[in-house]
Design a protein around this ligand. Structure first.
Ligand SMILES: Cc1cc2nc3c(=O)[nH]c(=O)nc-3n(C[C@H](O)[C@H](O)[C@H](O)COP(=O)(O)OP(=O)(O)OC[C@H]3O[C@@H](n4cnc5c(N)ncnc54)[C@H](O)[C@@H]3O)c2cc1C
Ligand code: FES
Length: 287
């Protein structure tokens, strides 16, 4: 465990600054501006392992490098998925790659969702937009070891029905009695029969056992901030809540200072933090 209480795994590569060439096996569009790159680790990284919530630095030769969370199942190591929102130079160029292209990878980096903290407890996962990507490996892990947990609740919000990620899986989880899946959208369409409203509106459909629930949160910062307020209203102790934060990254190993968040570097102590460590920073706009 790291000093902040979140688990950290050893880097796959001896030198964490060395980029490894990996091949794109598949590029799947999740919605209009988000795609999943499935990477074949092949011979380049045969011993690669990661923990749910960790990220890699994905490098497009000649263009640049970006931090991207790993979105695949940690138990399946032949391929590694990264779900990427097309926002700027590198992510737009990555979206134009195709099967067989080679890109660079280094990692895994950062802390992970503390899976052990949830054992024997109810689990509540609260996520919005692309925030579901770093939580998907956690959901896979929990479902694989389902008997170790109490209730498992997944709350997910998207801008519109077409913006929702992993729609096939969401439907599968929705039909799986082992997980309570609640989905909402900010704006519905003629096909949408579910809830309309921000993700915190989903709390009105469930009653949480405050003392016995561990909560994992990832999404836009404003969404996480209001989720924390909602959890506080419901009496969930801060030490039972974990959040994943994002900042621009360069080195990913604690040297350059790009990812500073208050007194911490997200690449080293984060991205996953226990709430008490960062609660006072959530309300500060300038960070
Ligand atoms: C730990 C971690 C995990 C991440 N996981 C994912 C993921 O799973 N999927 C994903 O799509 N993205 C993820 N990101 C964000 C991703 O790294 C940025 O979107 C990416 O660096 C943008 O690069 P670009 O060259 O395409 O955009 P740029 O041309 O660099 O910038 C485009 C716009 O995005 C803004 N921007 C750039 N980086 C960030 C950032 N980190 N946070 C907020 N705004 C930013 C810029 O200010 C600019 O307005 C993660 C970031 C971190 C730190
Ligand atoms: S990215 Fe360089 S210190 Fe975190």
């Amino acid at each position: 465990m790291s000093p902040n209480g979140a688990a950290v795994v050893a880097q796959a590569a001896a030198d964490p600054m060395v980029t490894h060439p990996v091949m794109i096996r598949k590029l799947i569009w999740e919605n209009d501006d988000t795609f999943t790159l499935s990477l074949d680790l092949g011979d380049a990284l045969p011993d690669y392992r990661f923990l749910p919530g960790q990220f890699n630095m994905v490098y497009l030769y000649g263009t640049g490098e970006v931090a991207i969370s790993i979105s695949s199942d940690p138990a399946k190591t032949a391929t590694l998925d990264h779900t990427i929102h097309r926002v700027g130079t590198v992510t737009t160029a990555l979206a134009q790659r195709k099967r067989g292209d080679v890109i660079g990878l280094r990692g895994p980096f950062g802390s992970s969702w503390p899976v052990e903290a949830g054992k024997g407890k109810d689990i509540c996962i609260v996520t919005g937009g692309i925030g579901l990507a770093p939580l998907r490996p956690l959901i896979y892990s929990i479902l694989r070891n389902r008997d170790a947990y109490g209730r498992v609740i997944v709350m997910y919000g998207g801008r519109s029905p077409l913006d929702l990620l992993y729609r096939v899986e969401l439907e599968k989880w929705g039909n799986d009695h082992r997980v309570e899946t609640l989905v909402t959208v900010d704006r519905g369409d003629s096909s949408w029969k579910g809830n309309i409203g921000v993700v915190t509106t989903l709390f009105s459909y469930i009653k949480l056992d405050a003392r016995n629930t561990v909560v994992y949160v990832c999404g836009p910062e404003v969404m996480m901030k209001y989720t924390v307020v909602e959890l506080e209203h419901r009496g969930i102790p801060a030490e039972q809540v974990y959040l994943s934060m994002e900042r621009n990254m360069k080195c990913a190993i604690g040297f350059c200072g790009h990812c500073q968040f208050g007194p911490t570097f997200i690449c080293k102590e984060g991205p996953v933090y226990p709430l008490p460590k960062i609660r006072h920073l959530l309300d500060r706009k300038e960070l």
